[in-house]
Design a protein around this ligand. Structure first.
Ligand SMILES: Nc1nc2c(ncn2[C@@H]2O[C@H](COP(=O)(O)OP(=O)(O)OP(=O)(O)O)[C@@H](O)[C@H]2O)c(=O)[nH]1
Ligand SMILES: [Mg+2]
Length: 234
């Protein structure tokens, strides 16, 4: 009991949900509603990456939300790292803000963190894998297989947008990659520590609102470089 109390936030939450967010004003109301329903006991930590729309205005009006604000765009990875720093829960779940991933899948990740230090939501194991589109599906399968080969894991979906960690395996001061490539670094460092990265099925509804800003080809090429780099150096 004392150990559990040590792992809690001051407000009693043992789970932090970290949401990196950038220009998602259209998604904020539904995201908040569904997150509160799905994870009523979690601390909700949003990291705004210098949005230029009303994202911040909407979030700052919510008393139960912890809002971290970047004055300039510091990258997706930097947002996740700052979100982790802002919380204290023993379990941390990172969830994209654009509702491509389901807030309703967070509780299964939290539960699975009782078994593994890291648990990723897998679209491949979930009911919506057909919605990924051929390019994204095969690109992700290829990269995940390469990662498995080099890091002795059995993952199916490394580039998912929902993943959880026991806080004790996260080390915010040691990461160097601050963009989308942070996910590769984070996953590689976690795997190199010897832990199995578990998975649970997750849903996936490709973005219907807001604008995708990510350059997938550039991230693909960067991944190839980084996966070999991390295997050789860390
Ligand atoms: N693109 C982008 N997204 C950011 C940034 N900072 C935080 N985010 C959030 O990170 C999440 C993932 O970004 P997306 O652009 O949706 O990336 P993605 O899901 O891989 O790409 P799509 O499938 O095209 O949506 C979203 O919830 C964004 O709001 C940023 O600097 N750039
Ligand atoms: Mg997205």
């Amino acid at each position: 009991m004392a150990a559990l109390a040590d792992e809690m936030n001051p407000d009693g939450a043992t789970v932090d949900v970290v949401v990196p967010i950038y220009n998602e004003e259209e998604n904020v109301p539904e995201l908040l509603r569904r997150l509160r329903l799905a994870c009523p006991a979690a601390r909700l930590i949003f990291v705004d990456n210098a949005s230029t729309d009303r994202t911040c205005e909407l979030l700052s009006a919510e008393p139960d939300v912890t809002l971290v604000r970047h004055a300039t765009n510091l990258g997706y990875g930097h947002s996740l790292i700052d979100g982790v720093r802002a919380g204290e829960g023993a379990k941390v779940v990172m969830l994209d803000a654009d509702l491509e991933y389901l807030p309703e899948d967070v509780p299964a990740i939290v539960e699975a963190l009782d078994r593994d230090d890291a648990v990723y939501g897998s679209r491949i194991l979930g009911p919506d894998r057909g919605d990924m589109g051929a390019q994204r599906y095969w690109g992700n399968r290829f990269l995940t297989s390469l990662f498995n080969l080099l890091f002795a894991q059995r993952m199916t979906d490394i580039y998912t947008g929902v993943r959880g960690f026991r806080r004790r395996v996260l080390d915010p001061d040691t990461y160097r990659r601050m963009g989308f490539d942070y996910i590769l670094e984070l996953t590689a460092v976690t795997a190199r520590r010897g832990g199995r990265i578990g998975e649970v099925p997750c849903g996936y509804h490709p973005r219907s609102r807001g604008i995708s800003e990510m350059n997938h080809l550039r991230e693909f090429v960067k991944f190839l470089y980084l996966v070999v780099y991390h295997r050789l150096t860390r």
